[in-house]
Design a protein around this ligand. Structure first.
Ligand code: IDP
Ligand code: MG
Length: 152
């Protein structure tokens, strides 16, 4: 099995609802190692690049606003970004995080336990981001941490 790295970000709803510690605790129940952690000031450019694959979707603008903390009262949006490393890290973190739609996610998962759909705009407020595949993980890690900025 391949040793992988994957990106996790605690989203503004997770931050606002004080679920950061709980999310880390759940991720600690894996055999993965947290190899980097950083609080990042998120601006529109980072938010749009992070979700570049979804540009053109009808919910894109509200998704970017959500990620910038605009629906959770954050004037400056600082989010915790983490990198986990280990065997099958991408799939393992996704298993703990749960499916995109919190209403369909396994109730044992973070999103299934704590996510919700915002009734005003339909955005899936699902507490935590996790890279969807190894390609996305590489791109996202470079975007959030920069090349070569991680302790080896
Ligand atoms: P993922 O976060 O599970 O990888 P993506 O499809 O990459 O899911 O979408 C990124 C984020 O955009 C989701 O986590 C969720 O917050 C939001 N989102 C995705 N699809 C929808 C949708 O159909 N309606 C509302 N929000 C969505
Ligand atoms: Mg995704």
């Amino acid at each position: 099995m391949a040793i992988e790295r994957t990106l996790v970000v605690i989203k503004p709803d997770g931050k606002k609802r004080k679920l950061t510690g709980l999310a880390i605790d759940r991720l600690d129940q894996s055999n993965l190692e947290m190899v980097a952690a950083k609080v990042v000031k998120v601006d529109r450019e980072l938010a749009e690049q992070h979700y570049a694959a979804l540009k053109g979707k009808p919910f894109f603008e509200n998704l970017v606003k959500f990620f910038l903390g605009e629906f959770h009262g954050f004037k400056t949006c600082r989010l915790l970004a983490l990198i986990y490393e280990g065997e099958n890290a991408v799939a393992e973190v996704r298993r703990i995080v749960g499916a995109t739609n919190p209403e369909e996610a396994d109730p044992h998962s973070i999103r299934g336990s704590f996510g919700k759909i915002n009734p005003k705009n339909g955005i899936m407020e699902n507490v935590i981001h996790a890279s969807g595949n190894t390609e996305d993980a590489k791109r996202e890690i470079a975007l959030w941490f920069g090349e070569g900025n991680i302790e080896s």
